[in-house]
Design a protein around this ligand. Structure first.
Ligand code: ADP
Ligand code: MG
Length: 259
């Protein structure tokens, strides 16, 4: 049975999408069957992996609100070899629409549960807000992975996210776990990165992944080519970071590197 992992932090620009794309790709290179769900109306995960092929193609919006079968909206990618449920700007109105539907927290769960068994991991790239879309992701998920940018005020927002997680645990999803925190955009040259990292580790201890994602320009270039960091530049520090993160993720989940 697949495990659903929501990548969430209501702060924008902290590395959610970069982590969603490259963790999904890393997992596929470890022979895992992966579905990446784009839950952000900016559609960055979709365009970043060239999953938008034509205008009017079915997206997650069509599945959530127009009754389109999820299999018709899923795009099968070759390199990286993952499946993706794409999103585009139409999703911007989702919070309002969801509000009108009974069991509004469970709309995403209801479309993902029937296909969960087809995958080892389902990774959800969450939007930068704590609205209903995010609640839907947390209600569908088995765990939450929280990217934290190495900068001042890194933890701003994380406290709020943790409160939201607790609320979801009390209401729609008692089994929701915290997968961990991942420090992103780590710059070895700055004292700040080191200090922020130490601070977060002191607060959250073992919940923080050992792997820090280094700041690497190649990670920001890869989406413009529509590929993950592993196809774009396998020798980059970004590829090393996400390779290590993937191994740590699999080790934490499966007790071995799966190699
Ligand atoms: P979010 O999804 O949380 O809004 P993104 O993953 O889109 O964040 O990242 C925000 C911006 O920072 C993007 O332009 C992305 O390419 C860039 N970025 C993300 N992680 C890194 C990194 N480790 N090194 C350099 N640039 C990064
Ligand atoms: Mg994003």
């Amino acid at each position: 049975m697949g495990k659903i992992v929501a990548i969430s932090n209501q702060k924008g620009g902290v590395g959610k999408t970069t982590t969603a794309i490259n963790l999904s790709s890393g997992l596929s290179y470890m022979q895992k069957k992966v579905l990446l769900v784009d839950l952000d109306s900016q559609g960055n995960a979709s365009t970043g992996l060239s999953a938008i092929k034509e205008q009017g193609q079915p997206t997650i919006y069509s599945v959530l609100f127009d009754g389109v079968n999820i299999q018709q909206a899923i795009v099968h990618l070759q390199a990286p070899s993952i499946d993706i449920l794409p999103a585009n700007l139409t999703l911007a109105g989702a919070d309002l629409l969801m509000n009108e539907i009974p069991n509004k927290e469970l709309i995403l769960k209801n479309v993902l549960d029937p296909i969960k068994h087809l995958y080892d991991y389902i990774i959800i790239d969450c939007p930068p807000s704590l609205g209903l879309l995010n609640t839907n992701a947390l209600s569908a998920a088995d765990s939450v992975l929280i990217p934290v940018q190495c900068e001042y005020y890194a933890l701003e927002g994380v406290t709020q996210l943790l409160m939201t997680i607790r609320l979801v645990q009390k209401t729609s999803n008692p089994n929701l776990k915290i997968e961990g925190l991942v420090m992103t955009m780590y710059d070895v040259r700055t004292k700040l990165s080191m200090e922020v990292c130490q601070d977060v580790r002191q607060t959250f201890e073992k919940l923080v992944y050992q792997t820090n994602i280094s700041r690497n320009i190649k990670l920001s270039e890869a989406p413009s080519r529509g590929v993950s960091i592993f196809e774009y530049d396998i020798n980059s520090s970004g590829a090393k970071s996400y390779g290590d993160l993937t191994k740590e993720f699999v080790k934490r989940n499966e007790g071995s590197y799966g190699e």
